[in-house]
Design a protein around this ligand. Structure first.
Ligand SMILES: Nc1nc2c(ncn2[C@@H]2O[C@H](COP(=O)(O)OP(=O)(O)OP(=O)(O)O)[C@@H](O)[C@H]2O)c(=O)[nH]1
Ligand SMILES: [Mg+2]
Length: 433
């Protein structure tokens, strides 16, 4: 793939739409732009109303055309934007015409890759952009936007600069006379390394919540057969997604739905009721229930007034006694009595869910957006800082480990990087980004 190619892609969404935005990126696109708008002089960042024609002079579409000269564009290269009608046939016809001008279709993430090479974005910003394009809820949007606009990069850069400085001081202790160095330099760099270690450790402890913002908070409805899990699931989902019947063992597979609760993405799962069974398919369903329990951030454990047996409550567990309409005794403490028949207790259940979600998630909006890549690099940095702290007065070892820690942070930002990492990071983006 040649990085100087002139490339194009649909930057707006796929499918029928009022307007489509087609972006072109390349070096020195002034002549191309003059051809497209049929003018000899052009104004930058000015919306031209154009009768776009193909090589034979046949009209393709009436559209707007804007020229963004380098470096003031998303990619840092020259960029042309065409705002055409959104019909798939129009978009195809424009693409075919652009190919006749010697351009090629961009690969997924190729525009962002150019932005990266032209120092418009670092890899932490690209991760933020990918998260933003996936955002379904308001909290996801805000979190991803902060990260795309450089909030995370700023933190990583600050850490990295400090590590480089600490490493340089450690090396200086070996090379210079104590009189030539600031007083207590050894203690100072130890204390600073300790502080950095704690900051990174705290950020890593936040990984689960960061994952929950991006991928959603997993809530599983579990319990024995026939207690009303699917009925509660349908109630919370607001639709009859799961089959309800009085036959024990109705739900055999995991049924999931995405909900937006106060801006947080929630994956609510209904599961197969747990019981002893010889049925092969039901047994597979029960195994799946167990794995849902493992992955759940919150478990709604459903009983009925007859079947209730209370064990130790886990702090991510909500105990529900359903079918409250079948008894007048509602005297067990710290449980929620519900009835999907009468609606009794359903508000208490949703309020309790909200409360638990907020308890897990509040305060996470300003934290780092971590993914598997950034998490493992942060872990390496933390481990190197720990080795440095254990090196005591061995300042050569201390300097080496703090330098390695700074390299790991550099890899997060992409200042030190391998092609493989770039392929993976940009590959998560769609065409046109
Ligand atoms: N009286 C009463 N019946 C209920 C209530 N909720 C559910 N039921 C009934 O209980 C039976 C089982 O409900 P489901 O929602 O299918 O129960 P489940 O826990 O999903 O059952 P499995 O999928 O077999 O594990 C159905 O006949 C429901 O109509 C309730 O609050 N009160
Ligand atoms: Mg069910």
């Amino acid at each position: 793939m040649n990085n100087n190619d002139t490339i194009f892609a649909l930057s707006s969404g796929h499918g029928k739409s009022g307007v489509a935005v087609i972006r072109i990126s390349g070096d020195r696109l002034t002549d191309v732009f003059k051809t497209l708008i049929k003018k000899s002089e052009i104004k930058n960042r000015y919306a031209y109303f154009v009768n776009l024609t193909d090589g034979m002079g046949e009209l393709i579409d009436q559209c707007l055309a804007i020229y963004f000269p380098a470096p003031y564009s998303f990619t840092g290269t020259d960029v042309i934007e065409l705002h055409t009608h959104g019909a798939p046939a129009t978009i195809n016809a424009v693409f075919e015409y652009l190919k006749t001008l010697g351009m090629r279709m961009a690969t997924p993430g190729e525009f962002s890759r150019r932005a990266f090479y032209n120092n418009k974005m670092d890899l932490a910003d690209v991760d933020g952009l990918a998260a933003l394009l996936d955002a379904q809820t308001d909290v996801q949007r805000k979190h991803a936007l902060r990260s795309m606009l450089g909030h995370d990069s700023h933190i990583y850069n600050t850490w990295r600069e400090q590590m480089v400085e600490i490493s340089a001081y450690a090396a200086a202790i070996l090379d210079y006379n104590a009189d030539d160095l600031p007083q207590n330099i050894g203690e100072t760099i130890h204390a600073r390394t300790e502080k950095l270690y704690k900051e990174i450790d705290t950020a890593l402890n936040n990984y689960q919540t960061s994952r929950a913002i991006r991928g959603g908070i997993n809530i599983a409805l579990v319990g024995e057969t026939n207690v009303g899990k699917s009925s509660i699931f349908n109630y919370l989902a607001g639709s009859n997604r799961a089959i309800v019947s009085d036959i024990a063992g109705t739900t055999r597979d995991v049924v999931s739905i995405n909900l937006d609760i106060d801006g947080f993405l929630v994956n609510l799962s209904d599961t197969a009721g747990i019981r002893e069974t010889n049925d092969e398919i039901e047994s597979i369903g029960i195994e799946r229930t167990k794995s849902e329990i493992q992955n759940a951030d919150i478990i709604i454990h459903v009983y009925t007034p007859e079947s209730v047996t209370l064990n130790d409550l886990h702090n991510n567990e909500i105990i529900v006694i359903n079918k409250s309409d079948t008894t007048d005794t509602h005297d067990i403490k710290n449980v929620i009595y519900t009835s999907t028949k009468t609606g009794d207790g359903m508000k208490t259940l949703t309020d309790t869910l909200r409360e638990k979600i907020h308890k897990i998630m509040d305060g996470t909006e300003d934290k780092l957006t971590l993914n598997a890549r950034t998490k493992s690099l942060l872990e390496s940095a933390r481990d190197d800082l720990s080795c440095a702290l254990h090196a005591g007065e061995n300042y050569d070892i201390f300097a080496e480990h703090t330098r390695r820690a700074s390299d790991s942070i550099g890899k997060i930002l992409g200042t030190i990087t391998a092609n493989e990492v770039l392929d993976k990071t940009f590959g998560q983006l769609c065409l046109g980004k």
